[in-house]
Write a protein that binds this ligand. Structure first.
Ligand SMILES: [Fe+2]
Length: 297
């Protein structure tokens, strides 16, 4: 183990320019930690038995272009799924292990502090969500293409993974606006065949390898010939959430026939749009709930 404990070994040169803009690779020493041994993860999974919202069990997808939510899921309990990883085609996602084992809390805090230190601090932003995840996946399994509304650092722990990730610029503004108009934190479906192949990065990850995944990066993943264990941590700040709301406002402005400026062009206008959506989202949610109730009457 590194004398400083768990570490991501990230090249400092160019970090600020690439952070949350372009994917980049790094190495790490997390694969040497006992808490990621399969036996230890079986024990961790045992703590999830009564926390169904904290884990996700799914089959492998037939291809990278498969619709994410169309893949069979929730067919096994977390304990059963962990037992089947060696024999079936299974993907197990253990969400927020830091809420189930204090060692993961310590790991998350250490790595986040390291990354934010490299960035030069939070620069006035407030963290609104910081969480990690452990992925346990069968051999030769595909996770289909999608993007996540969060900034991520991904580390391969055991086995191999071919991780295909596209730069955020591979998503058009209208595609992003269409997703963010809902005001939810969820996985976004991505139409893989229409991505620009020139914006694709492929990371052939082995234990000790990792990469940074900016927000809005479409990605799909295929495990190698053996079981795979990976770890990632993700976060959102009040500023990244505001940018999402600006995009939501742009969706409605565009629908009204206007040509809204993309986020970042005019910060004062961005702030006004984000503030407006803070009011609109709860109203839309109430209307949607009411509509659902009336449909049942
Ligand atoms: Fe993802």
């Amino acid at each position: 183990m590194h004398p400083d404990g768990p570490r991501l070994f990230i090249e400092p040169a160019g970090f600020s320019e690439r952070f949350d803009r372009e994917p980049f690779g790094f190495s790490h020493n997390l694969h040497t930690l006992d808490l990621f041994s399969f036996d230890s993860l079986i024990g961790l999974a045992g703590r999830y038995a009564n926390a169904p919202r904290d884990y996700f069990v799914a089959a492998a997808a037939s291809s990278a272009a498969t619709e994410f939510k169309a893949v069979a899921h929730s067919q096994w309990s977390v304990g059963e799924a962990m037992q089947r990883v060696g024999s079936d085609s299974v993907r197990v996602l253990l969400k927020r292990p830091e809420n189930h084992d204090p060692r993961f809390r310590q790991l998350l805090d250490t790595l986040f502090e390291q990354v934010i230190g490299m960035r030069g601090g939070l620069k006035g932003e407030r963290v609104v969500r910081l969480e990690s995840a452990v992925f346990v996946t069968s051999a030769t399994s595909i996770t289909p293409c999608h993007f996540d509304p969060e900034i991520a650092f991904f580390a391969q722990i055991e086995g191999r993974k071919n991780y295909h990730v596209y730069a955020p610029s591979s998503m058009s503004e209208t595609e992003l606006e269409s997703f963010y108009r809902e005001g939810i934190v969820s996985i976004a479906e991505v139409d893989l065949p229409t991505r620009d192949p020139r914006l694709e990065h492929v990371y052939a990850l082995e234990p000790g390898d990792g990469h940074h995944q900016p927000q809005n990066c479409p990605h799909w993943v295929a495990t190698g010939a053996g079981r795979s264990i990976s770890y990632s941590f993700v976060f959102e700040t009040d500023a990244t959430r505001a940018r999402n709301r600006t995009r939501a406002a742009n969706h409605f402005l565009r629908r009204a026939g206007l040509q809204p400026a993309m986020p970042g062009v005019c910060p004062s206008r961005d702030a006004a749009k984000a503030a407006a959506m803070r009011v609109v989202f709860p109203i839309r949610r109430r209307v949607n709930n009411l509509t659902a109730k009336l449909r049942k009457v």
